[in-house]
Design a protein around this ligand. Structure first.
Ligand SMILES: *[C@@H]1O[C@H](CO)[C@@H](O)[C@H](O)[C@H]1NC(C)=O
Ligand SMILES: *[C@@H]1O[C@H](CO)[C@@H](O)[C@H](O)[C@H]1NC(C)=O
Length: 330
């Protein structure tokens, strides 16, 4: 009917907007500011660059103070497109802080974004008193105009100073949501695979120990299934190129494709409409240690990996993952 068609269009457009934001918006505005410098509108770029200079450190200091509206209807349409679900398995009492590990990165962190950065699934009603601070790579928060938009969405830098700032706020109930595997993990966003870059990523555990913040494992089933993906063996020259570019540029150049905007049968950058289920695990209490030892970090890192594995095993079959599939830690 007319109504469902209109709804489908709104969903596809909302997802297209997210894809544009994720992949191209930073580049688009950087080029625009550069381009305007060479036109008669150069003063706009100069004024912007002065603003950028004055505002340089804001992403490390909790980002923007104003309350951004996470209830924007775009995100509801984005959620309905797949659809994306949020499953709560335990309470997060608001009397302490949390370091939330979100897995996997996938190509575009769709489940993590939708559930933790927006109210599309009523996160703040499901976890009352919890203030989530989504974080991202610091360099994205230096790109002209894009940074202002990301900070409007509530993002802060993922570096130590910024995270310490958030977890030191006087009000408890702070939760930083970190996609632990980062861009490296997007090289394993293979449909049907559940491969995490986690074995040697311990900074988030050290952070939790320094602040006595509980660790919360989160897994988004289906995140790796929304795009087709060309994977290269880890001993191939293509993979070596991807890793090298990732080290220099901070993003992984991967080859992926989805559907077109106008038809599910054509090729394009729109993800496939497959369900994503984000399961929030039970918090792991962590004591506060101002200078955690390597043994303490390893201990809680191990507890975290076990809890994540258990979460995966308990929920995989209800999310359509075969019983024979297990998590792989890289
Ligand atoms: C946020 O937006 C929604 C709809 O888009 C609106 O209903 C709500 O009142 C807004 N909230 C705030 C705090 O502005
Ligand atoms: C979120 O809450 C609103 C208002 O209480 C409700 O109408 C809506 O169905 C809820 N959405 C989800 C995904 O639970």
């Amino acid at each position: 009917t007319m109504r469902t068609t209109q709804k489908q269009w709104l969903e596809a457009l909302s997802v297209s907007y997210y894809v544009f934001t994720f992949l191209f918006m930073g580049l688009f505005f950087s080029l625009l500011v550069l381009f305007l410098l060479f036109t008669s509108f150069w003063s706009i770029s100069v004024l912007y660059l002065v603003w950028l200079f004055l505002d340089w450190d804001t992403p490390n200091q909790g980002g923007r103070c104003f309350e951004c509206n996470r209830s924007c209807t775009i995100w509801k349409h984005l959620k309905d497109y797949f659809p994306i679900k949020l499953v709560k398995t335990a309470e997060l009492p608001p009397d302490r802080n949390y370091v939330v590990g979100c897995h996997p990165h996938g190509i575009m962190c769709m489940g993590t974004f939708c559930n933790f950065f927006t109210e599309a699934n009523n996160f703040s009603k499901q976890f009352p008193g919890i203030q989530t601070s989504p974080v991202t790579l610091a360099f994205l928060l230096h790109l002209p105009v894009y940074r202002d938009y990301l900070m409007y969405l509530g993002l802060c830098s993922v570096n130590r100073r910024s995270l310490d700032f958030i977890l030191s706020k006087p009000q408890p109930g702070q939760a930083v949501a970190i996609v632990v595997g980062g861009a490296h993990e997007s090289l394993f966003a293979i449909p049907g695979m559940h491969c995490l870059v986690l074995r040697n990523r311990k900074g988030f555990v050290r952070l939790a120990l320094r602040h006595g913040a509980s660790l919360v494992p989160v897994y988004s089933f289906g995140e790796n299934d929304i795009f087709n993906f060309k994977a290269f063996p880890t001993n191939s020259w293509q993979y070596l190129c991807q890793i090298t570019i990732k080290k220099i540029m901070k993003f992984s150049p991967c080859i992926f494709w989805g559907r077109g905007l106008f038809s599910a049968d054509s090729w394009g950058l729109l993800p496939f409409a497959k369900p994503i289920t984000t399961v929030v695990g039970r918090p792991i209490p962590v004591p506060q240690r101002l200078n955690p030892t390597e043994e303490e970090v390893d201990h809680y890192h191990m507890l975290y990996m076990e809890a994540l594995e258990q979460l995966f095993e308990e929920h995989k079959e209800s999310c359509g993952v075969p019983a024979s599939t297990h998590l792989i830690f890289k």
